[in-house]
Structures are given as C-alpha cells and as structure tokens.
Design a protein around this ligand. Structure first.
Ligand code: FEO
Ligand code: CA
Ligand code: CA
Ligand code: CA
Length: 570
C-alpha cells in the first residue's frame, strides 16, 4: 500500500477509519460545517424550523426541502447559488404527530409535497461559515406542484393528456429528485427517480396496465397524496404517471423561468444525468435507470453545442441509446428509434424501458450515478447492488443472468464499471469496458465477495452510489448501503465517501457519515476550496440526532468541507 501523502499517491490525506458514530468524520487537516438543513427558512417572513411539529404546509413552502440529494453550484454576477434536489421525506420527522407518519390531512399533503422537489438557494460565506442568504431573489422552491413545460417527443401525446391538462403540454411538479446534472450552458438537471410510489387506486376493480407494472406503479403508494389531490388517484387520472420519470431542466439564475421536462432523455427511474460534450460537438448525456434488471442509457443531441451560442434547447431533440455489454470487455450502444423498436418517438420517450427490452440491452445491477472523466473519454457508473440477479426479472422485464459486467449472483456489495468510447469519441457506438472496483468484504470472504484487488480491510465499503469527478480527475465515491456493521458488512461502518484514483486503482476513505444516513451529491465552489455534499436521511430508522445533537430530530443537510489551510480540495 502507498503511504499517505507520499509522492506516489495522488490521494494526499490520511485515510479515515470506518466507524458507526453519530457524526461526520473527515481526515486530519480537514473540517466540515452545516450549510442548509431540512426546514431552514429561505425567507425572513417564514417561521423558524420547528422540530416538534415538522412545520406546516405554508412554512415548508418557504423552507429548504427534505432528504437533499444531488446538487450543483452556480456563480454569476458575484452571486453563488446552490441548486439541491429534495428527493423524498422522512415522514416520522415531517409528520411527527401522525401515527405511522403518513399525511392524514390536506395540510399534511401540502407540506409533504412542498418538502419534495428542488431547493435553489443563494449562499455566501460569513466569518468563514457558509450559509443561506435569506430573501435572496434567487431563493426558490420547486415542488410537486410547480408548473413545468413538457418538451420533446412526448409533448402533447395522448398518453400525456389529463383532465387538468387536456393538451398534454404542462405538468405540475417534480418529485423523487435523486441525482442531477449540470450543463455547460448554465442550467441544472434534476432527475425523477422513484416517481411511481406516489400514486394510489382505492378501487378493487382497477386493472393495472402492464406499462405501469413495468415501472413499479402500484395501487398503494406510500405518501397518501391522493387524499388531497386527485391527480394521484389512478382511477381518476389514468395518464398522470406518464408525465413523471423524466429529467427536468431548470435555469437557477433566472427565478422567473419555467422548468422544462426533457422527455427526449427517456422515462425511467432516473438516477443522474452526466453531461459531456463529445469531440464532434454533440451533447452526450449518460443516464442510469436505478432498478434491478434495468438498463444504462446514453442520449446524443441532434444539434451541436456552440460555445457562446444559444444552447438552451439542445436537450429537446436527439437519440437515446441503451448499453449492451459483451463478456469480452467490449460493448455497444444500441439506438432506440422507430426502426429498431417499432415504436414512435413519443412511445420511446414514454415507454423507454419497453423500447430498450426490444433491442436486447444488458440488464444491470441497479445503475446509479454516472461520472465522466474531465480530461479524457472515460466514464464510470456505480452498479450499487442486486440481491436478485439471476433470480427473477422485475414485472415485464428481461432475464437477469449474471454476466461479465454484473458478475455476482447475490450481489450485496456492488461494483463500479467504466467504459472507454472508441476513438475517444463519446458518440461512437462501441466501447471497451472493465470494472474499476468490485466492492466486497475481504475480512469475511476469500472468493468473489472479497472484492477486487484494490479493496482491502481498511478501505472496504458496500453499495457505491454517488460518483463525481473533481478537476484533478480523482473520482469521489459515495455509498448508500448496509450500515449494520454486522455479518457480511462487518467492519464497514456507516455510509461514507471515498476517493479513487482512476490511474492506479487506489481507493481511500475520506469521510464517514452519521448513523443511518447515506452520503450523496457533490459540488465545489468556484475556487474549489469548498466541497459541498449531501447527508441524506440520517436516523432513517430513528437512531440519530444529527446534526443538532441532544434529543433533537435528525435532519438531512448539505455540509461544506474544506481544508484547515484553505487549500484546494478538488
Ligand atoms: Fe435515489 Fe438510486 O438513488
Ligand atoms: Ca442514489
Ligand atoms: Ca437512497
Ligand atoms: Ca442508492
């Protein structure tokens, strides 16, 4: 192993040991602080956070949302803005007065919907500490009720038409916003992941369409929104679910702008949207569908990116491809077109999973975040875990045999795959691939479940999820896995963040999160002296008081990490 800080290693920090503490642990010489927590008011006329009640619908609409996830940093005209996803909610802290935590009144539903979506906040540093600039004109909440334009092939299609929107042009809201993307033209991409879990049907005669089954829609969504909004009742509004599961583009520096649903990027359980400009100028967006046995996708824009030109609608038109990984470390991108699928462009955009099944794509171990190397054509994707591989396909899905890129049948640990497009061209249809790391536990196993050779008892982890490259080409790896610290996970502690060197394969643990959280999302300020990350769902099973301590309720939060000497950290 390489010594910490030695000239041989680019990972110049002492590795943090795994632990199960209810706090954040960072390496010696680094510090962290809170930037924003669930319920922090964005405006001075909003009430202060109230942990006893979880606030009201009205207070939540003016406050930072819950369960923050992916994020991006924007700077313009001397202003610094963070756009942050609020993926879902901790019902037990949001509705602490409700048995079981479910919304039971119309105001509960209003509060729950407002805790979802995106929080856009101006931030600045005062006395060395980052925080929200209250009343900034950039502060904005985008929730499950914010109007947004449906763009691309699905716009106006009959499957998109509802009683509130008979032309199928304007959707209300976005939710379960998981990972994100950021475009070179200054917009934020927020990705709708488990959009299915919000719909219900209280009618024994309701027959679930096959197309809904493939997306995991059930008659028993967990949020009870239908009690106050008939859009979420499958019987009353049978097309509403077709309007979710997309990537939404937002201009965070124009608070009056309308978000745009980019249906050309397909409908599935979107993790993130990694944007890169190919050598020939086309925009390529890599997209994971986070479900056992689903697929990895690529969007290639029809038009080219022009620096200084008008690029605002490049994501409106293009071609979706789905990945096929061969066992010989080669792979190809299969286009989803009317010719290859027998479906129209609108049908491909709305029923993307079914289109991908028609061309014979490779079923994957839950594709989570994708990250593209900043200095060469090389792309990484977390395949977080899949305990069902080879057992049975998801409803209407394809068979899931173990294969080269998803090599283990009972995969509780996950792996990170990387691919290199031929000719260094992200629009090329062929690529080479290998596994950057196979996670595992070498203290418990001595077979494939011990993991790859760059994993050992000191740096082991399970369930890689968030991935982000820094400006130096180091890969930051965040986990969302089993934190029991028992049996096959013994010695792995809480969820964490590690850094990997793509050149050497070396991986070091940089941070350990508090109890029952996941670590996700990453962004840097312009000088790269601060790294922002999300600590999501601390205490999701009721066993954390992070970050406020004592007997307080746990709160998902964005934290800022910096070096004590103020030097660049990424
Ligand atoms: Fe929201 Fe796939 O993580
Ligand atoms: Ca994730
Ligand atoms: Ca998660
Ligand atoms: Ca995950």
């Amino acid at each position: 192993a390489l010594a910490a800080g030695s000239s041989e290693s680019r990972l110049a920090f002492d590795m943090v040991k795994a632990n199960s503490l209810d706090t954040i642990t960072v390496p010696t010489g680094y510090k962290w602080d809170l930037v924003a927590s669930w319920g922090d008011p964005l405006f001075s006329n909003a009430p202060a956070f109230n942990g006893m009640t979880g606030g009201s619908g009205a207070s939540q609409e003016l406050a930072f949302g819950d369960h923050n996830d992916g994020m991006a940093f924007f700077a313009k005209n001397g202003k610094q803005v963070l756009a942050v996803n609020n993926e879902y909610t901790n019902e037990f802290t949001l509705h602490p007065n409700r048995d079981g935590g479910m919304p039971t009144t119309a105001d509960d539903v209003r509060k729950n919907k407002a805790a979802h979506g995106v929080s856009i906040v101006e931030i600045d540093q005062r006395g060395g500490k980052w925080g929200i600039v209250q009343d900034s004109p950039y502060n904005r909440r985008i929730t499950a009720d914010t109007e947004m334009d449906i763009t691309g092939p699905a716009r106006g299609h009959k499957w998109m038409q509802t009683s509130e929107d008979p032309k199928g042009l304007v959707a209300k809201g976005t939710w379960n916003n998981c990972g994100n993307g950021q475009t070179p033209w200054g917009t934020y991409l927020t990705c709708e992941e488990n959009f299915n879990g919000y719909f219900t049907a209280n009618d024994k005669n309701y027959v679930m369409p096959d197309a809904f089954k493939r997306y995991g829609i059930s008659t028993e969504g967990r949020y009870n929104w239908a009690m106050a909004d008939s859009r979420f009742d499958l019987v009353k509004e049978p097309n509403e679910p077709n309007r979710f599961g997309y990537v939404v583009e937002i201009d965070p520096m124009d608070p009056t702008s309308r978000p745009k649903k980019r249906t050309a990027l397909g409908r599935f359980k979107h993790e993130n949207a990694e944007v890169t400009i190919a050598s020939n100028g086309h925009v390529v967006v890599y997209l994971g569908d986070d479900e056992r046995g689903e697929f990895l996708y690529r969007f290639v824009s029809k038009h080219k990116y022009l620096a200084g030109g008008n690029n605002l609608d490049l994501l409106e038109e293009g071609t979706l491809y789905v990945a096929k990984f061969h066992d010989n470390n080669r792979g190809e991108w299969l286009p989803l077109t009317p010719k290859t699928t027998g479906m129209t462009d609108a049908e491909i955009a709305i029923h993307t999973r079914m289109a991908a099944s028609k061309v014979g794509a490779t079923t994957m171990d839950r594709p989570e975040w994708v990250a593209a190397h900043p200095h060469k054509a090389e792309v990484y994707c977390s395949l977080t875990n899949n305990k069902n591989r080879g057992v049975k396909p998801n409803a209407g899905g394809d068979a899931t045999p173990a294969s080269g890129v998803n090599p283990r049948v009972k995969n509780n640990f996950g792996q990170i795959v990387r691919w290199m497009p031929m000719s260094g061209d992200h629009t090329h249809t062929e690529f080479k691939w290998d596994l950057f790391v196979l996670a595992g536990n070498p203290a418990v196993y001595d077979d494939a479940y011990a993991g790859s050779s760059n994993l050992n008892q000191d740096n082991m982890f399970n369930s890689p999820d968030g991935l982000k490259f820094d400006s130096k080409g180091l890969l930051w790896i965040q986990t969302d896995g089993n934190y029991s610290n028992e049996k096959e996970f013994k010695g792995q502690g809480n969820n964490q963040m590690l850094v990997g060197d793509p050149e050497t394969g070396e991986i070091r643990r940089f941070l350990v999160g508090p109890k029952e959280c996941e670590i996700t999302g990453a962004a840097w300020n312009a000088s790269r002296t601060t790294m922002f990350i999300s600590v999501q769902h601390p205490g999701e099973k009721g066993n954390s008081h992070w970050p406020n301590g004592g007997m307080t309720v746990p709160r998902s939060s964005v934290i800022a990490i910096s070096r004590e000497d103020g030097a660049v950290i990424g």
